[in-house]
Design a protein around this ligand. Structure first.
Ligand SMILES: Nc1ncnc2c1ncn2[C@@H]1O[C@H](COP(=O)(O)OP(=O)(O)OP(=O)(O)O)[C@@H](O)[C@H]1O
Length: 333
């Protein structure tokens, strides 16, 4: 649906994004994650038609949107919805008028506006707030108005610029849930810019990791979580899946400490019981967790295997053949 080809944006002495190549599929929720200064906003602003790339193309539904005239850009922008970290609502207008504003700007009739705004407010669960002003709303409700406004002109894509960064965790979850619902029910393509891996874990299908204006890793969120490759990706994954063991445990260990990652069905199999049935060793579980990413289980287990070295090595081989990844954190003392 969106093809980004060799996209570069330079500002005087800074190259904000460099030779970005990316395809975003129709109907997916695509995450772009990176620290401050990585180039996320610049990339989003190019998609938004707020910035003109220095080099490269953005093709949306087979049309290159980087060569449009000013007039075409204004029209085209109505088909791209954007929601922002700080909502950008008009404080002197009611919730109804904030949403109506986008429709008016697109030249829609009064009848159409009065038909459409209540439907949009219902979609975001704010049907009873039409006459309230932004100052009378919570952060989550303000973002819901932002979503209703962004969807007013039936966009093909919804861009989310750190849309939950100003919200508390519970409100963040409710907004992410709403975005997922909209994605499923309307089949809308959603692009999310964030610096929070939790957002990626909860809602995205695929993710691109950005550093210094470039994409350093790209893949399905499940694959990225189960086997991150780039050091920055590993850092982001660790930010939500931290398995640090106390030093004391490592120093006082009697056996070999192993970290096992289980993917998919293997996360639901009794691999530890099977290992114990085959090998005369003891297994001490030090840490364990199963996360669900896109409804697929991803398990992490840290165990201490105690026994004869040859039995431990054979047991490790047995587990290794049945799981995605196995890492020896500390060998037998
Ligand atoms: N209008 C501009 N003029 C000059 N330099 C810019 C401009 N916009 C961005 N930059 C530079 O481009 C680089 C990427 O910035 P960008 O805002 O895209 O990163 P980001 O990942 O979105 O960071 P943040 O989350 O802090 O917004 C930075 O070095 C920034 O200083």
């Amino acid at each position: 649906m969106i093809q980004i080809q060799h996209l570069t944006k330079r500002y005087k002495n800074t190259t904000a994004i460099r030779n970005i190549n990316l395809t975003i599929n129709q109907g997916e929720i695509f995450g772009i994650i990176g620290y401050s200064g990585a180039g996320k906003s610049t990339l989003l602003n190019c998609l938004n038609l707020l910035e003109k790339p220095t080099e490269g193309k953005i093709i949306v539904d087979e049309e290159d949107i980087t060569v449009l005239s000013e007039k075409e850009i204004r029209k085209r922008r109505q088909k791209i919805g954007t929601i922002f970290q700080h909502f950008h609502l008009i404080s002197a207008k009611t919730v109804f008028d904030n949403v109506a504003f986008s429709l008016k700007a697109a030249g829609k009739s009064k009848e159409e506006i009065h038909f459409k705004v209540p439907k949009l407010l219902k979609l975001v669960g704010l049907q009873d707030k039409a006459n309230n002003y932004p100052a009378q709303l919570s952060g989550g409700q303000k973002q819901r108005v932002g979503i209703a406004r962004a969807l007013a002109n039936d966009p093909k894509v919804l861009l989310c610029d750190e849309a939950t960064s100003a919200l508390d965790p519970t409100t963040t979850d409710s907004i992410l849930h709403l975005l997922k619902e909209i994605n499923r029910n309307l089949g809308l393509t959603i692009v999310i810019i964030t610096h929070e891996m939790e957002v990626v874990q909860k809602i995205c299908d695929r993710v691109a990791v950005m550093e210094a204006g470039e994409i350093v890793e790209l893949g399905a969120v499940y694959d990225i979580f189960s086997a991150p490759k780039h050091p920055l990706t590993k850092e982001f994954v660790q930010s939500v899946q931290s398995f640090t063991l106390p030093d004391r445990l490592l120093q006082e260990r009697k056996g070999t400490i192993v970290k096992i990652t289980f993917r998919g069905d293997s996360a639901e199999n009794p691999i530890i019981s099977e290992t114990l049935a085959h090998y005369p060793i003891m297994i001490n579980i030090l840490h364990g967790q199963i996360s669900y990413i896109n409804d697929k289980p991803l398990g992490t287990l840290i165990i201490e295997a105690i026994g004869k070295k040859s039995d431990i090595d054979a047991a490790i081989r047995f587990i290794s053949e049945r799981t995605k990844q196995l890492e020896v954190l500390a060998d037998v003392a």
